[in-house]
Every structure is written in structure tokens, then in C-alpha cells.
Design a protein around this ligand. Structure first.
Ligand code: ADP
Ligand code: MG
Length: 395
């Protein structure tokens, strides 16, 4: 695999695909963690004497320019982080934008406007990709969040700029979500939660033979509790995935893998109040109740398993953690994960909401790896070949 460390960037013009798809509010960046995550690659190239052109998408403008999805505020935040001024072009493939790139001096940075203002980006249009390629003399991809999609800026562009290199972030994601998972150190535990059951079950299937424990909490747990014969009241449930969940339980029961569902949960009749919650055994949920978190007995059981694990992958919060009263399970699991590093264990967190929970809890530096990708991390963990990684010849 090509690596940044082994390349010379002196006087090169490096086109870097970054993931600046950040949260914005009223024209300001409210969460700059993706910008910070791209800094090591950007700074490395600058230190090595390169000039840099940065390209990213933001949101889903659907191929048309839109003021509120402009990357201008991202450019402002980036200037603060780099402590320098940068150039900005308001169209990523205009002649003017390409001229600005071609006139860059070593040490200068040029940010292009949102790639998805052009429909050619998500269609992986080759004419569009060839225009993008004119910005650089070499290509780096550090946008892991879109690596599971074949777009012009991460796949098409490599037809024109050969020998693309993964950025530091991309390399790190590959190391922990792929290489470290080929033979995970056992005991190996998978903790799943959140809501997107369809995207998470492939992970169970992928690791079913390696995993010693599969723990399921969050909204996902209610699906499984229902399949196991419990009444779940008005808790999260997706009828179309009933069969899939049933097969998963049967598969887990037939193997030498310990499968853990909550034994007690926190329920409420009214989510919006954030109050009046009660702990119930899973066999005693009333018809008008909604499960919002795992209960104290379950917390003890899940954390005990995490504590005796050497590798833990966690994807999906244990409850509606955005509401303080329902965040206890997520906090406890995150703290247990943070403890295993001290014992030489590997703690890996995937999923946008799980990552933001870890950040809110100030445990960011206590995990082995927190993935910056949502769908991409799940697909890579599930053993899929990601198109953007293939285009870089990483796989
Ligand atoms: P991630 O982004 O980490 O992959 P998901 O997107 O699958 O996680 O799920 C995150 C969401 O799941 C959160 O917004 C959280 O409020 C919600 N959630 C967790 N537990 C429940 C539950 N019991 N009922 C409804 N929603 C839940
Ligand atoms: Mg999510």
C-alpha cells in the first residue's frame, strides 16, 4: 500500500479529497471534528513543500448550487486551524478555479466549493472527474466517510491522476477497521445499538465465527426482544426485518457465541418530556410504554462482558442518549470501553451518533479508534471492498 510518509511532495500540487461534511447552523460550523481529522494530512503535505487543493462535499444539494450548503464557513474554520489565509473558488470545476490551482505557490492552500453542486460528482461522470484532476499533479484521498461510494472525486479522478495515496485518516481507518479485524484478539465482543438495524446486521454475520460475545442494546434490542417473544409496547420495531432478526438469533444460538439482550430497560409513556421513566424487566413492558434505554441490571451485565474483552467493536448508542435521562446506558458502555485500553485491549467505535456520544462524554482520547465514517465504517467492518479504497489500490 502506498503511504504518505514514503512520498516526496516538494513542489507538487496535491489534490486532496477531504470529508468536510460538517454540521452547520446559521452559516457557522458547529462541529469541526471532521476538519480537525483532516489536518494531519494537510499539514504533512504543507511541511513537505507542497501546494494543496482541497475538495469536499457538504450535505445533499442534488447537483445544484445552494447558499446554505456552501463550503465558505468551512474555509473560515480551516483558516483558524491552519493559522493562515487560504484561497477559495465558488465553483469546483470552472476555468477560473483551475487557473487558481495551477498558479499556486508551495505552501498555499486552495479550497474548492461543494463538489455536489454538480451532478457529475455522485454520478462519477468522467468529464467532471477529468476537470477535477486538472487541479493537481497528484492525488490523495482522505475522505473515509464517502469511501463506500464510487463518485468522481474519489474514484473517477484516479483515472486521470494515477497512483493516488490514502491520507493518514484513510490509512488509520483501514488499519483498525480492516487489518486489526482479520484476526481480532479474543475475547472479542461486538456491541450494537442505535436504530439502523438493516445496516448493522451484516456485522454480526461477518464476525459470527470470531465473536465470543454479541451484545445488543438501543432501539435494535426491541426488535430482538420481540422476536424472542416479549411484548415491547410502543418501542422501536421494524416489521420488515423480523425474519432477518429471527435468522440472526437462530444463527447465534447455534454457534459458540454468547448472545446478550437486555434483561431490564428504561421505559416512558412520553419521550418528549424526558421524565417519568421507570425501569422494567423486559417481560413486563406495558402496551403504552416506549423503551428508551437499557436498565441498571443490563448495564452491569454488558459492562462486565466488555471489561473481560480484549477487542470490542461498538456501534450504536444504548438508548436515546440525546436526552440526559435516557443516556445512562450509553455512558456506562462508553466508560467500560474506555477502560479496556489500560489493559492492552482494543476499543473501536463506529457510527456518527456513537462517536458524538463519546465526544459529549469527553472520552474521545480514551478509545483505540473512533471511526469518522458511518456507512463506510460498517461496510469496511463487514468485510466489504470499498470502491474508493480499491481505486487507491489499498485492497
Ligand atoms: P450510529 O450513528 O452510531 O450508527 P444509529 O444512527 O443507528 O447510530 O442510531 C442512533 C440513534 O439511535 C440515536 O439518535 C438514538 O437516540 C437512537 N436510539 C437509541 N436507542 C433508542 C431507542 N430505544 N428507541 C429509539 N431510538 C433509539
Ligand atoms: Mg446515526
Amino acid at each position: 500500500m502506498r503511504s504518505l510518509e514514503s512520498q516526496e511532495f516538494d513542489n507538487k500540487r496535491v489534490l486532496i479529497r477531504v470529508d468536510f461534511n460538517v454540521h452547520m447552523k446559521e452559516g457557522k460550523v458547529v462541529d469541526d471534528f471532521r476538519i480537525r481529522a483532516a489536518l494531519p494530512t494537510i499539514k504533512h503535505c504543507l511541511d513537505q513543500g507542497a501546494s494543496i487543493v482541497l475538495m469536499s462535499h457538504l450535505g445533499r444539494p442534488g447537483g445544484v448550487p445552494s447558499d446554505h450548503l456552501s463550503l465558505v464557513p468551512v474555509g473560515e474554520a480551516l483558516c483558524d486551524h491552519l493559522e493562515m489565509s487560504i484561497k477559495f473558488s465558488n465553483d469546483c470545476v470552472s476555468d477560473d478555479a483551475i487557473d487558481v490551482s495551477q498558479d499556486l505557490q508551495a505552501g498555499e492552500v486552495h479550497l474548492l466549493e461543494n463538489l455536489r453542486f454538480h451532478i457529475g460528482e455522485t454520478k462519477n461522470d468522467l468529464d467532471f472527474a477529468s476537470r477535477l484532476a486538472q487541479h493537481g499533479t497528484c492525488f490523495i484521498n482522505d475522505a473515509f466517510g464517502t469511501a463506500h461510494r464510487a463518485h468522481a472525486s474519489n474514484v473517477g479522478v484516479t483515472d486521470f491522476l494515477h497512483n493516488g495515496t490514502p491520507g493518514f485518516l484513510m490509512e488509520k481507518e483501514y488499519k483498525f477497521l480492516h487489518s486489526a479485524m482479520i484476526r481480532p484478539k479474543q475475547p472479542f465482543t461486538i456491541v450494537l445499538g442505535g436504530v439502523k438495524i438493516g445496516t448493522k446486521l451484516p456485522l454480526v454475520t461477518r464476525f459470527i465465527r470470531e465473536a465470543d460475545n454479541v451484545i445488543i442494546g438501543g432501539g435494535l434490542a426491541f426488535m430482538f426482544l420481540k422476536v424472542a417473544g416479549n411484548k415491547i409496547g410502543k418501542s422501536l420495531y421494524d416489521k420488515s426485518l423480523y425474519q432477518k432478526a429471527k435468522q440472526t438469533i437462530e444463527m447465534l444460538n447455534s454457534l459458540d457465541c454468547e448472545f446478550q439482550l437486555p434483561s431490564d430497560v428504561v421505559v416512558t409513556k412520553d419521550i418528549s418530556s424526558g421524565q417519568d421513566s421507570t425501569v422494567r424487566k423486559v417481560s413486563e413492558i406495558y402496551d403504552n410504554e416506549i423503551g428508551v434505554d437499557i436498565g441498571p441490571e443490563t448495564i452491569d451485565q454488558f459492562c462486565e462482558t466488555i471489561n473481560r474483552s480484549s477487542t470490542v467493536i461498538w456501534n450504536g448508542p444504548m438508548g436515546i442518549f440525546e436526552t440526559a435521562a435516557y443516556s445512562g446506558g450509553t455512558r456506562a458502555v462508553a466508560e467500560a470501553m474506555a477502560n479496556i485500553i489500560g489493559k492492552g485491549g482494543l476499543s473501536i467505535v463506529g457510527g456518527g451518533d456513537s462517536a458524538s456520544a463519546v465526544r459529549d462524554l469527553n472520552l474521545w482520547n480514551k478509545m483505540t479508534h473512533i471511526s469518522t465514517g458511518g456507512g463506510a465504517s460498517l461496510e469496511l467492518l463487514a468485510g466489504k471492498e470499498l470502491p474508493a479504497m480499491k481505486a487507491l489500490e489499498m485492497v
